[in-house]
Design a protein around this ligand. Sequence first.
Ligand code: FES
Length: 118
Amino acid sequence: MSQNKIVACKTHEVAPGQQKIVQLDRFSVGVFNLGGEFHALLNVCPHKGAALCEGPVCGTAAQTDERDFIYCKENALVRCAWHGWEFDIKSGEFLVDPSIKAKTFPVSVEGEDVVVHL
Ligand code: FES
C-alpha cells in the first residue's frame, strides 16, 4: 500500500454506478462506486489522453457461442468519450487488449471517507 493517502470524498457523494472526479495532489482521479465498492482511476485515457473518467459507466456486448451478442459487465466499465475504448474499472484493463491499462490507485474506506492511496 502506498504511503500517500488522501481523502478523495465521502462515501455518500458517489452513488452506486456513478463516479466523481477529484483533484488529488497533481492527479485528476475518478472515484467510482461499483455496488458499494470504491475504485479509483487516473483520469487520463492511455489511448490519446482524454479525460477517461468523464465517460459513461457502462457494460459491453460480448459474443456468445451462437451468432448472438449479450450485454454483460453492466456498470463494470468506463467508456472513454473520445474513441469509445472500454476499460474495466477495477483492473484498469482495456477490454480489447488487457496489456493496455488505465492507471488504477488502491482505495480504502475509513469511516465515511473514501481514501485514495497515491
Ligand atoms: S483517447 Fe480514450 S479512447 Fe481514445
